[in-house]
Structures are given as C-alpha cells and as structure tokens.
Design a binder for this molecule. Structure first.
Ligand SMILES: *Cc1c(COP(=O)(O)O)cnc(C)c1O
Length: 411
C-alpha cells in the first residue's frame, strides 16, 4: 500500500468512529458510504425507470413482488460479512427443511433452477464424474414422465439437464412409459385439475417402480400449508419460487425433499461446477430467502386475507355505481390463491375495449398494471386485477383511476 493511501484511510477513521449511536454499526466496512447512501439517491429517477402500481400478478416480467423490510434487512446484513457458501446453504437448508417438514432443503436461483438442480441430482446421484458430464446423459437415467396438461412451458426447465420428456395423458400411459431409462415423474401443481392423474396415483406409481417424484408449486405459497403438504404427502422433491407469493428475493427459490437427492442436487450448483454453476444465489439472497419463508409461515394469514378483501371492497364499491359495469370476485383455486376481480361492461354504455382500459391505466399517472384486456390470461373481455401486491392505500388510487376511465368512456 502506498503511503498516501494509508494516510487517506487514517484520516477517515474519526468519521467512522463518529457513527456510533447513529444506528450504523461501527464494524461496517462501508460506514462512510452508508452515510452517503442515507443522503438519498433515487435510482428509479436517475435511470428514468418507470415504476408502477402492480394490480396484476407476481409475474416475472413485472418483477413479481416487493420485499418486506425484514427481508431487505437480511440482504443488507448478508452483505456485511464473509461466510462459506456451503456453510450458509447448509444452515439455511436445515432451517427450511425443519419449517417445511422436509428431510433436507437448499436455496436455488428461483423455481426454474430448483427444477433443473433437482433433476440433475436425481440423474447424477453423488457421482461427480456424472455431474461434470451433463447435459450429456450417457449412462444415466434420463427420461422424465409428465402429463400433457402439465407441459405448459415451465417443464422445459427439465430439458436443461439433457433429459428427454415423455408426455402422457393417463395413468396407464404413464405406467407403460416407465422403463430402465426413467429418471423421474414430474407434477405441476397449478394444472392439477386439468390432469387426469392426481397426486396419490402419481405418488403410488413412483413408489411402485422406485422412480423419484417431483412437484412444482412455484407460486402456490397460499394457503401456507402448501409449504409442507407435499413433503408430507410423499413427493421426493418439491420446488417453489421464493419471490412470488412468499415475497422473498425474486431470483431465489427452494428445492426441498429427500436428503440424498438434495445432497446430490447441490453437487451441480455453486460453489461446485456443474450444470447449475450459473444459477448462483448469493449469501444475501440465501439469508433473505430464509427470512421470507419464516415470515410467511409465522404471519397472520387471516388478517392478511381480510386486508385483501378490504382493498378489493374499496375498488368494487367505487366502480359499482357506474352504469353498465359488472364485477365478479373469484379466487383461483391453486396458483395465485388470492381474491381476483373480473371487471367487464356493457359495450353499448361504455365505449372502451378491455385493452384500451388496460393501456390507459398503464399510461396514466401513476401507471397501474392490471391483467386481461385480451392478453395475459384474460378469459373474457374486460380486465382482471388482484390486490395482494398493492402497497397500503394504493387500492384507493386504483379505484379512482378505474372510475375516471370508465366514466370518461360512458355514453
Ligand atoms: C414462475 C414459475 C416457475 C419459475 O419460477 P422462478 O422462481 O421464476 O424461477 C416455474 N413454474 C411455475 C408453475 C411458475 O409459475
């Protein structure tokens, strides 16, 4: 170190000392920077980023969810110390497993990554040579069986390992498809009702033929029992997103299940090399994932549900007097299990398409994103919206903007 740099550091010391009592830990390696950051810097403004009210969904495109202070604090604290990556994965994994009735767990880079990592573990076992060989599947069991109605996009994650997908429709077809190459039976929870084969049959089939089973419950953290239900039921692996309904970091997720499979899955992920080496989750997000899960389990879900109903009532009651509108609140049974509004109107009384309303809300001030309007899951014309990602009070803004736009188009 040059002498000049040393002097610079020494002269900074009294400033750091002066921070005691200001709430910033003296040990912070970045004490001086923390003071500057506290002075305020609005990155959204600085970068010209459009922020908006999310009355839509926990979709990846919309950056999914907002993290509560407990979770962001875990990120900040995580950034302050070195730990061994394996150590934090071990310790957090143990806690997650305990909370969710699993033998073991690990934090993955989202649910997609959990699918890849989990299947990689099934295929390679503890054989490090095989770990380095993927996606070349030579000498490994490499077929995954799933139902046709469950093949709706996310199943592609499984092919990242080099595995081949075998799509079936009935239990008989599934059983007939099992052979010495079969690695896994995969289930997508959100399409439970569309598939012909239900949980018990799927699990029994796996047991009978000694083939591991995996279930994707990405955005199904409501009701909260879902977090342990599938481990209790007997799925060998369960994959879930951390940054959707659970409000953890968007790029984190959880893979949980049988001890040997989780240990094998970790061989393909950092700090190891292997097919998931690029799915790194930093220590900050690993810690935050743990805190988000714990918070989600401990929180008062009855109270939360009531707050959603109250927010929805503000919107419905504001819009209701407008001539020609019809509103229906429904609750998606599996994924995104939260009150959702379908709002439509008599086209003779309100001259507006669903898409126009959606665009007007997005382009207004503040911008509001809703669903429907002919795209993104809108089953009928009109729009759909949910309130679970609103900040307190935003329901009033959504209600006001809806009223304004609907009245403006009323004849
Ligand atoms: C969102 C989603 C995924 C991917 O999850 P990420 O956490 O974004 O990686 C996988 N499966 C389903 C059903 C999903 O909804």
């Amino acid at each position: 170190m040059k002498r000049r740099e040393l002097i610079k550091i020494l002269s900074a010391a009294p400033i750091a000392g002066g921070l005691i009592g200001s709430g910033i830990p003296f040990q912070s390696a970045f004490a001086e920077e923390a003071v500057m950051a506290a002075a305020g810097r609005d990155l959204f403004k600085e970068l010209g980023l459009k922020t908006f009210i999310n009355a839509s969904c926990v979709c990846t495109r919309l950056t999914a969810t907002l993290m509560p202070p407990e979770v962001t604090q875990a990120i900040t604290q995580g950034a302050e110390e070195f730990v061994l990556l394996d150590d934090v994965l071990d310790k957090v994994g143990e806690k997650i497993a305990e909370l969710c009735h699993a033998e073991a767990a690990t934090v993955s880079a989202g649910c997609w990554s959990a699918l890849v990592q989990g299947l990689a573990g099934v295929m390679t076992g503890m054989d490090r040579k095989k770990v380095m060989q993927l996606p070349n599947v030579e000498g490994m069991k490499s077929e995954v069986i799933l139902q046709k109605s469950h093949a709706n996009g996310y199943h592609q994650a499984l092919t990242n390992t080099g595995a081949k997908l075998v799509i079936v429709e009935t239990l008989e077809e599934a059983e007939a498809a099992i052979n010495e190459k079969t690695a896994m039976l995969w289930f997508l929870n959100r399409e439970l009702n569309k598939g012909k084969v239900k949980y018990e049959q799927w699990l029994a089939l796996g047991k009978k033929h000694k083939v591991p089973t995996m279930i994707d419950i990405a955005s199904d953290a409501h009701p909260v029992e879902n977090l342990w239900k599938f481990n209790d039921m007997g799925f060998d692996l369960v994959a879930i997103s951390g940054g959707k309904a659970m409000r953890g970091p968007q790029s984190a997720g959880i893979l949980m299940g049988k001890k040997d499979l989780i240990a094998a899955a970790r061989l393909s992920a950092p700090p190891n090399s292997g097919i998931c080496r690029g799915h790194k989750v930093n220590k900050e997000e690993i810690l935050a994932m743990y805190v988000a899960l714990e918070r989600h389990i401990k929180m008062d879900h009855v109270k939360e549900w009531k707050s959603w109903e109250d927010a929805m009532a503000v919107i419905v009651n504001t819009v209701n007097p407008i001539k020609g509108v019809s509103q229906e609140v429904f609750i998606p049974e599996i994924a995104n299990n939260t009150p959702t509004l379908h709002l439509s109107w008599d086209a003779n009384l309100i001259k507006l398409t669903g898409k126009e309303l959606r665009d007007n809300l997005w382009n207004g001030n503040p911008g509001i994103e809703v669903m429907g309007g002919g795209t993104m899951g809108g089953k009928r014309d009109g729009i759909e919206l949910s309130v679970w990602q609103l900040k307190p009070g935003q329901e009033k803004i959504v209600a006001r903007r809806l009223k304004e736009e609907l009245l403006k188009a009323s004849v």
